[in-house]
Unconditional design. Structure first.
Length: 154
């Protein structure tokens, strides 16, 4: 499993890639992996593998990183493997903190709320996890609440 992850990143970070659009997306793969893992964790808290929540994760990754669908499927598979091996969320939130500013972090929290709302309700475990992630990536409580309200009303 670790060999597959290492191979994915070596291929993704290859500087000899010709297509600039793919090169840009490939350079962000570690960050995309962390983002996917955090959203998957929110999905799994209450509903397991809910197809509506899964579709929301896929759409968010397409929007944020501009990756083709095939790469997103591979990315989600790798994120699920990383989550299975992870003992906490620090390895994912550390990358978010290193590479994203406050605006991108708030957008991530908003996407997590959309995943949580995918089944029509938010379970208190989902809210607790999103709150914990917001704390770990230094999102203010007011922004956490604003993101929740914005996604609930949409």
């Amino acid at each position: 499993m670790l060999t597959a992850i290492r191979r994915f990143f070596e291929e993704s970070l290859d500087p000899s890639a010709k297509d600039s659009r793919h090169s840009r997306a490939r350079r962000s793969d570690p960050l995309a992996l962390a983002t996917a893992a955090l959203m998957i964790e929110v999905m799994r808290v209450e509903s397991g593998d809910d197809p509506t929540a899964f579709a929301r994760i896929t759409a968010a990754l397409e929007e944020i990183f501009g990756l083709p669908h095939a790469e997103i499927e591979e990315l989600i598979g790798l994120a699920e493997q990383e989550l299975a091996d992870a003992t906490d969320l620090y390895q994912f939130t550390r990358l978010i903190n290193q590479h994203w500013g406050q605006t991108e972090r708030i957008k991530l929290i908003r996407n997590m709320w959309q995943v949580a709302w995918a089944d029509g309700t938010v379970h208190h475990y989902e809210e607790h996890l999103i709150r914990r992630i917001a704390d770990l990536i230094h999102v203010r409580h007011s922004d956490f609440i604003a993101a929740k309200r914005a996604t609930r009303d949409s």
